[in-house]
Design a protein around this ligand. Structure first.
Ligand code: BGC
Length: 373
């Protein structure tokens, strides 16, 4: 049922976009330079890396939607290399792209190249991650990043029974890549929930990571959102601080790639699923992690339906092209240091073993067979 509704919505969106692209190419002279020889609009899309599953889905869905609507697209991945992403943007500017959709690697590094985009009146949409320290970002579309962390924190509190007075429990916190603006929002959301229990000592951090407040999140960040690095960090913590039978009860992992490394570390140190396996959070509902949830190796993930984000960005593109007001629902949270970027925030959703089927399969995000169900 939910799948059917989505399919209809996607169909309607394609029709709306197609109408927009046609109407624009015949009415707006300032956009003509952005048209390719076939007369369609060039939309440049840059994504951070192919090595993380979600960005492949993000790119493929958005590109597909835009192509069906008659746009010409160029979609580039930058292997998490900032310079490569800047070169890709420069090439898109040289090709007279009309709009750039940017999922940045380092949100502070794009100022100079976006100055050039602005000189050519190219509009910029920050995709999923905010672009900082530049006036030349027009809109931001993302999931509610603070809420992602809040859901992870609330899950830990509930599962440990902290409100029923249980504890103390051993918690190991992690944060995302220090160059990703989202990472601090994820951590702040979780920390605001967990901090009172740390203060009351119902939660303790045996590794002794210095976290006086959420502002210290870089003390537990894992650069590049790397599974290898999170595994090595968890190995260190377990080797150094979990001797003499001490066990970790919960791990705050901001996303699925970190969770994978943490899960591997735990296994290699002799933890086995079932009683004694810690609560582990995640984000993205990546395939491997969803399978781990079903296998009891990961407790939850915060699912962000990348199709919905693509739909919203495609809608923004259409509104920009048609010179219509661009729909946003948050005009105060995302200050990039130069301006508050008007944003559209989508709601993230918790997925646990009990609702993998109802949320991820029934919505068509995964087929049952892909998950081995
Ligand atoms: C995204 C997450 C993703 C992480 C690593 C963040 O900016 O919001 O969904 O897990 O980057 O790619």
């Amino acid at each position: 049922m939910a799948g059917k509704i989505r399919a209809l919505a996607a169909f309607a969106m394609t029709a709306v976009l197609a109408a927009g692209a046609t109407a624009c190419s015949s009415t707006r002279s300032d956009t003509e330079s952005s048209e390719t020889s076939s007369g369609s609009k060039l939309i440049g899309i840059v994504m951070p890396t192919k090595s993380l599953e979600r960005w492949n889905n993000d790119g493929a869905h958005l590109e597909d939607l835009l192509k069906k609507a008659g746009y010409t697209t160029t979609l580039q991945y930058a292997d998490n290399k900032v310079d490569q992403q800047i070169t890709q943007l420069q090439n898109m500017i040289n090709q007279n792209a009309q709009i750039l959709v940017v999922a940045s690697i380092d949100g502070t590094a794009l100022g100079p190249v976006l100055d050039k985009a602005a000189q050519q009146k190219i509009k910029v949409i920050a995709y999923d991650r905010l672009i900082n320290a530049t006036p030349n970002v027009d809109y931001y579309a993302t999931f509610d990043n603070y809420q992602v962390g809040k859901l992870q924190g609330e899950y830990i509190v509930k599962q440990l029974g902290l409100d029923a007075g249980k504890g103390p429990f051993n918690l190991e916190p992690f944060a995302g890549s220090s160059d990703d603006n989202n990472a601090k929002f994820f951590f702040a959301g979780a920390w605001d929930v967990l901090k009172p229990y740390l203060d009351s000592k119902k939660l303790v951090i045996p590794s002794g990571k210095k976290l006086a407040s959420d502002a210290d999140w870089k003390n537990v960040s894992i650069d590049g959102w790397s599974s290898q690095k999170s595994q090595a960090e968890m190995d260190n913590r377990l080797n150094s601080f979990y001797t003499g039978g001490k066990k970790v009860d919960a791990v705050l992992s901001p996303n699925d790639s970190l969770a994978l490394g943490i899960e591997q570390s735990l296994e290699s140190k002799g933890y086995r699923t079932g009683a004694g396996w810690p609560i582990i959070t995640g984000q993205d509902a990546d395939l491997a992690n969803t399978k781990n949830i079903l296998a009891g190796k990961q407790s939850m993930t915060v699912w962000k339906d990348t199709r919905a984000l693509g739909d919203q960005v495609a809608k923004m593109i259409d509104q920009i092209v048609k010179d219509q007001p661009v729909e946003t629902n948050d005009t105060k949270t995302y200050d990039n240091g130069v301006k508050v970027v008007p944003a559209y925030l989508l709601p993230p959703v918790v997925v646990t073993k009990d609702d993998v089927k109802s949320k991820l399969v029934d919505s068509g995000f995964y087929t049952a067979s892909k998950l081995g169900l």
